[in-house]
Structures are given as structure tokens and as C-alpha cells.
Design a protein around this ligand. Sequence first.
Ligand code: MN
Length: 307
Amino acid sequence: MDVMIENLKSESENKKEPIMKKLLRIHQSSGMHWVGDGFPVRSVFDYNGLGRELSPFLMLDYAAPYQFAPGNERRGVGAHPHKGFETVTVAYQGELEHRDSSGGGGKIGAGDVQWMTAGNGIVHEEFHSADFTRTGGPFQMVQLWVNLRAQDKGAKPGYQTLLKAQIPNVPLPQDAGTVRVIAGEFDGHKGPAKTFTPINLWDVNLRAGKSAELPLPDGHTTAFLVLSGKVTINGDREAGEGDLAIFARSGDSITVKANTDAKLLLMGGEPIAEPIVGYGPFVMNSRTEIQQAFEDYQLGRMGELVS
Ligand code: MN
């Protein structure tokens, strides 16, 4: 008898209805601008605008598909510093090469991700790969900045290359599409990225006419960028290419229906409840720390790129 009651109990617990995270709003990205001569990006958000609301995420730049002609000179951004956070670059089309003062670096192409910890201070450069420069072709990338807690802002700089083959591609129920788990966990599959605080970063591919319910932790910041296609969110609002859907932290699930084939970058994470003081490539907790970062960079304390 007791066993039966236990079974009934656990069954009803399993069937507990998910609580939908409310869609707060759909935020449009800005017009295109160039970062160096290699990255035609739209600013989706930055720490001055939505840094608090979207904590731990500080900035999102979206390089929508752009056709580069074959060239001889490599295109990109030369040596520049970062401190106090992590930069995450997701490549969809084209190839990128990074090199940094900690000795890190590598090449990423379609489906690969670069997760760089600026931590205590790093100098790096970001360029199209030599091969891609030569051949030209379509280019599409995202760069996301992830904040670090005050206690981690002094972390040793680091570099993770996450190749496509290491990133689990998990099928959704009812043949609705797939979720590539870059960081965090989906349906028991863990992403390869090592993160300082709990983060889910998923590359979601949905098939036209299908719906997916995505479980996401209660209390976590949750948003997704539509990279292509059109979707209906929580059975209500529609979002299209370049739109950022921002959800309430409370609740443990969102529902997305694809009106066409659609591609989303979903980011979720535990908010960091600390002051955000940023200036250009540095994001710290106080103005004093920003001044210190400038001084450290000018005095060469963030290292340099050895040619
Ligand atoms: Mn950079």
C-alpha cells in the first residue's frame, strides 16, 4: 500500500505542470556597424542598456550573413585588451582566427565556438582565417560577453576552443528539431564549455510547423536571439530575424513554435547581483577598478601579442 502511494506521489510530481516564463518583450537589434574591417555587426544589446536586466550577459553583437569578396589582406580587429569577463564567439559561416597574450588561440569555423576568459586582463586579436580571406564567402557569427563575479574577475586568462564535434546535438521530441548544447545542460546532455557561474547556451534549430518546450531554471535570466526564420513565443507573440526575446526570470519553461524553419541562440544564466561598471573593453565593479584596468593595459601588465 505504502509503495503504491509513493508511486502515485512521484507520478503526480513528474506530471507537475511547468510554469511558463512570461515573455517580457521583444527587443530589436540596432543597425549594422563595422567592428574593425572584418565584422559587420548589429548591436543586439550592451552593458549600458540591458546589462543589469540580462545579467550575467553583458553584450551581444550579431554579424548577420554577409558576403565577403576574396582578398589578400586579412580582415578583422588588431590587438586590443579585455578584462573582467568572458567573450564567447559562435561561428555559423566563415572562419576566424584568434590569438591572445596568454598564449591561447586557434581557428574556429562553422559550428565551432571560442570561449575566452579575459579574467585579470588579456590582449587579443580577432581576424578572418587566412583561408577564408583568400576564398571569401558568406560570414555569420555571434559574439556574447559573459560577466564574471567580483571574485572571478581576477581569474587567470584562459581559452577554450569548442569544436562542433564536441558539442552535443540533441534531438527534440516529435522531430521538432535539435538543440546544440554549448554550455549547460539540455535533456541530460551537458555542453563542453566550462563556466564560472551556471549558464545555458544553446543553439536551437526548429523545423517549420513544430513546437518545442524548453525547460530553463527558475530564477535564471532567459533570452534568445532569432538568427533566422519566424517563431511564435508562448503561443502569443511573433519574433523574426535579429529579434531578442526577453523572458521573466521566474518560471521554468518557455514554448517556441516555428512558423518557418528557424534558428535561435538561447542564453540563460544565474544573474550576478553586483554593480556593473564598464568602459569599452573592460567591465568591472567600480570606476576605480576601471582606471586600474586602463593603467594595467598601458603599462603592459595584460601582456602582449608576440609576433
Ligand atoms: Mn575582443
